[in-house]
Ligand binder design. Structure first.
Ligand code: ACO
Ligand code: HSE
Length: 305
């Protein structure tokens, strides 16, 4: 959150040069405050787990965040009950005339298909197009990030030789960018995927900037120049046990999965995994909400007639 200080206080210049967010008196006096409207397009099959994970990540600021869950009307969920969806979710038709401060598009276990084979691809394209005029900043997670980079920029995804699974170390490439403000030089984050997007394809788009990457896991955080689109290749929101559940699920299926990297103490898959990424997750979501949503969104969100 911003620190408010007198305009002439010498510490202000020092903090600003360190990229700490300082708000001057004039801005503090004129800033209007209201709850943020965040729409969450939940494409994950275990929707209730993802709801908890995302709400946890969004709850770590003093801001009021009003969350609406969105589902696809072109897809019938088999792992989440219709009664849950009917009670807690809306369809795009119900919200398309509204504007939102933020939109989150989650991951989905459809990365081994072509985008066009995903049964809700046309509806997702409509939502991604709509987001350009109705959402102040959209944060895309994992497959959602691959889908967004493909739809908006034509950037392809590639199959990896083997599944990437574990907690990987990433370098922050430009600490002046508000998305990574106050993070350490290296941050740990979970990945769990068979596919990747590549630096060389992203670099063909000068409007995109990579702000964190990893030797093993590749590109991690990408955003466009005005911060209206943020792409997170990984799952900072995952719980302590999520990778464990995926690993044991695949083991039971006879898929012979590799142990998630840097995850279990002494690589013992029956130990309780060590949580090493919660701090990164909290900082990432707090930075998104603060710098890309709250500080820059309009006070009045006009709905269409
Ligand atoms: C790259 C990333 O974004 S990673 C994020 C994905 N991670 C996860 O989903 C982790 C949790 N998921 C899981 O553990 C497993 O997917 C399970 C246990 C829920 C289901 O596994 P299975 O029964 O083997 O897979 P199944 O064939 O039923 O498909 C699972 C999901 O894939 C998606 N899916 C599969 N085929 C399609 C398709 N043609 N079009 C759209 N979605 C599809 C659906 O979301 C489906 O779940 P849903 O019907 O409840 O929405
Ligand atoms: N995170 C996913 C990868 C599949 O897209 C899983 O292991 O379920």
């Amino acid at each position: 959150m911003p620190i408010k200080v007198q305009n002439e206080l010498p510490a202000r210049a020092v903090l600003e040069s360190e990229n700490i967010f300082v708000m001057d008196e004039d801005r503090a006096l004129s800033q209007d405050i209201r709850p943020l409207q965040i729409l969450i397009l939940n494409l994950m099959p275990l929707k209730e787990d993802t709801e908890t994970q995302l709400l946890r990540a969004l709850s770590n600021t003093p801001l009021q965040v009003d969350c609406t869950f969105l589902m696809m009307s072109s897809h019938v969920s088999t792992h989440t009950s219709a009664s849950h969806l009917n009670k807690f979710y809306v369809t795009f038709d119900e919200v398309k005339r509204n504007k939102f401060d933020g939109l989150i598009i989650t991951g989905a276990p459809v990365e081994n298909m072509e985008f066009e084979e995903v049964n809700y691809w046309e509806e997702l394209k409509t939502i991604m197009e709509w987001s350009k005029t109705h959402v102040h900043s959209t944060l895309h997670i994992c497959w959602g990030a691959q889908a967004g980079l493909y739809y908006h920029y034509g950037i392809p995804k590639y199959m990896r030789k083997s599944k990437l699974s574990g907690i990987y170390r990433h370098r922050i490439l430009d600490r002046k960018v508000p998305l990574v403000r106050s993070m350490d030089d290296y941050v740990m984050a979970p990945h769990s995927r068979y596919t990747e997007v590549r630096r060389e394809d992203i670099e063909k788009h000068p409007e995109l900037q990579i702000v964190a990457e990893s030797d093993e896991a590749g590109v991690f955080l990408v955003l466009n120049r005005d911060g209206s689109q943020i792409f997170v290749q990984g799952h900072p929101e995952y719980d302590r046990m999520t990778l464990n559940n995926e690993y044991h699920r695949d083991l039971k299926k006879g898929l012979n999965p590799e142990l998630p990297c840097n995850y279990y103490e002494n690589n013992d898959p029956f130990s309780v995994p060590v949580l090493t990424w919660r701090n990164l997750s909290n900082t990432l979501y707090a930075n998104w909400l603060n710098f890309y949503v709250y500080q820059t969104t309009d006070y009045i969100l006009d709905a269409e007639e």
